[in-house]
Structure formats: C-alpha cells, structure tokens
Design a protein around this ligand. Structure first.
Ligand SMILES: *Cc1c(COP(=O)(O)O)cnc(C)c1O
Length: 353
C-alpha cells in the first residue's frame, strides 16, 4: 500500500475470489461455473462481423442484447440494463440505493459486504433461521434497501416466490434487490413481479446458467424508473461497460433456448445425484436449488476436507464464516467430474473413520 491513499481505501477489505488455478489441472468445482459450453450459435458471432467492428466502441445501450433479454422475459427494453457481469449491476444498485442502509442475510454472497463498505452503505445482517432458511418477516418495513440472493448464495436454499413477494409488498418505501444468479436452477423466478412492484429490482447473470462467466455479462430488470436510476450511475462510471464480443455471445445464449434448457436440466440432474450420493456417504447436504451443494460430514472438518480434496486434484470452496465453516461448497460439474469427486471423497472419509 502506498502512502497516498485515503482512510477509506486503507480500510477496504476486497472480495477474495475462489481460486482460479493456472498450470496444474484440477477438477474445478469451486466457483459455481457451468461445466458445459455456452451455446451452439456462439461461433456465428464471428460470421456476423463482430470482430471486424472492434475498431468501433461497443454500443453503450447494448440495444440488440437488451431487446433479446426483454423479449425473452416479456418486458419492455426500458425495463432492462445490461452490465459487465452482475457484480457491476449490484454495484450500481448499491451506489444508487444503499446510502441509507442495506440489509441482507448473515450468510449470503460475500460481495455485498465489500460493495456496501466501498460505497459507505451502513450494513445490517439479518440472521438466517437455524435451518438456513430466510424468515421473510424479518425484512418487512426494513427502512433499508433489502438484498436477497434467491436461491441464496452458499446455502443454495430458495425462498418461495410468495415469500419474496411479501418482502417486496412490505417494503414499498425502499428498493428490494433480488439477485437471481442461480434462479435458472430453481423454481422461483421473480421477474414477472416487476410489473406489479415498482420497488423490485431483479439482477441476473450470464455467468452461471448460461456458461459465460469469462465473458462478464449481467443485467438488471425492473421498473423503468429504477432502470433510469442505475443507468445514470452506469453512464457516470463506464458508459461502454460491456464489450461487443461479450454482448454478441450473450445474445446468442438467449436465442439458443433449447440448448440452454437442456444444459440446465443436465446440471439439475447431476446436482440431485451429487446430493444423494453424498448423503449415502454420511454427509448432511442443504437442499439446493442452485448449481452447487453445501455439504458437511461429522468425521472431518470443512477445511480438512477442502485441503484433502485439493491434495487429490479436486478444488471445492471452503468458507471461514462461523455458521458454515463445517461445510464445503461443491459446484455441480460434469457427470464424470462428480463421479471422480465422489470416488475421492469416499476414500478420504473411509480413512477418517
Ligand atoms: C456468481 C454470483 C454473482 C456474480 O456474477 P457475475 O455476473 O459473474 O459478476 C452475483 N451474485 C451471486 C449470488 C453469485 O453467486
């Protein structure tokens, strides 16, 4: 750190991403990426002349992708803002609405604390129930911007749509942000509620269900007025926030719906196999509606299991947060990757017993 920074910068605790190893090959089940290719049409973007147009700036409105997303969800293009990953959409929303405070579960996506601190938004953590579900009544009339990841990050547990609607209905004087990074793997998409609730901002990403983590594309969907707010932040920060290649890839991912649905089904099926097999080995698994499973075993601590798996070439994620430090989070990989993880886990557990 140099001597030139302010106290604010000195005090920042930045987000620590999951390991992205280069060189040694791991079975990589640690950052909730999708193991499958993004879409059958991706290669077509080259035929469409996207590369030839790279000397020009990208479209600051991302018009074509915005329209594809709006059409897909049956909303107007003025209800959509495309961003550089959904982390950027979250950052714009925290900047726009977080000044008087943000509240969210004590166990959730770690990036919320980081952005809230960066933008000086006072934070209230609301405890999940003992079974890691959200008690929706704790969010009613919160007087703060509510942020709910649904399904929740780290736990994978999904809040039923009626409960989410109740939170939104009971917070009409503030914004409710629903982070749907994993919603395509679950059953409770809230996008249609934006027509009913002008305080609801849904944020989504192409990184997980649409296999484009490296392209960095996300979006926010909400009432026109909310989109105007965050667009204002975007245009004050980075008007050309999404590059033309990524925007074109994301558009193809939306258009290739059949492939998308088939891929999501494959991941859901493998997730259920993974949970069932882990339970057979004596694990406790939280019921996941996402593309990962949070699991713990009475015979071995979360960090020991993480380390032993890593020694054996499998990367999973372990969090030090008190409430989930006994667990590891395993991303759903291909069928072969899951089989290998289970084989290695079995030998580790047998050694421990
Ligand atoms: C992965 C993830 C994101 C970030 O996604 P990007 O679009 O890659 O920035 C946001 N929220 C949650 C809950 C996530 O798990």
């Amino acid at each position: 750190m140099s001597k030139f920074t302010s106290d604010l910068v000195n005090g920042i605790a930045p987000y620590v991403p999951g390991e992205q190893p280069r060189g040694k090959t791991f079975i990589k089940l640690n950052t909730n990426e999708n193991p499958y290719f993004t879409n059958k049409n991706a290669i077509k973007i080259i035929d469409k002349g996207v590369l030839e147009k790279l000397n020009r700036y990208s479209d600051p409105e991302c018009s074509s992708l915005t329209k594809a997303i709006a059409d897909y969800y049956g909303v107007d293009k003025d209800n959509v803002l495309v961003t550089n990953g959904s982390d950027e959409a979250l950052a714009f929303a925290f900047f726009a609405y977080g000044k008087s405070g943000v509240c969210y579960p004590d166990v959730t996506y770690g990036f919320y604390d980081v952005i809230a601190n960066l933008y000086c938004c006072p934070i209230e953590h609301i405890d999940l129930n003992n079974d890691f579900t959200v008690d929706e009544t704790m969010y009613f009339n919160s007087g703060k911007t509510v942020v709910i990841a649904n399904p929740n990050a780290q736990t994978g547990i999904e809040l039923p749509k009626e409960k989410l609607e109740n939170i939104t209905k009971n917070n009409q004087s503030n914004v409710v942000i629903v982070d749907q990074a994993y919603a395509d793997f679950g059953e409770n998409n809230a996008i249609d509620l934006i027509k009913k609730y002008p305080n609801l901002l849904v944020i989504n990403t192409f990184s997980k269900s649409r296999s484009l983590a490296g392209a960095r594309v996300g979006y926010a969907i909400g009432d026109k007025a909310l989109i105007e707010d965050i667009k204002k932040v975007k245009n004050s920060f980075h008007p050309y926030n999404v590059n033309s290649i990524s925007a074109a890839l994301a558009e193809q991912a939306i258009l290739d719906d059949e492939y998308f649905k088939a891929t999501v089904q494959k991941v859901k099926k493998s997730r259920n196999v993974l949970s069932e097999e882990l339970k057979q080995l004596g694990f406790i698994c939280l019921s996941s509606s996402a593309n990962f499973v949070l699991a713990k075993h009475g015979k071995i601590s979360g960090d020991q299991l993480y380390l032993k798996l890593k020694d054996n070439g499998v990367l999973v994620r372990h969090f030090n947060d008190k409430r989930i430090s006994d667990f590891v989070r395993i991303t759903v990989g291909t069928e072969d990757e899951i089989a290998e993880l289970l084989r290695i886990t079995k030998t580790i557990i047998n050694d421990e017993i």
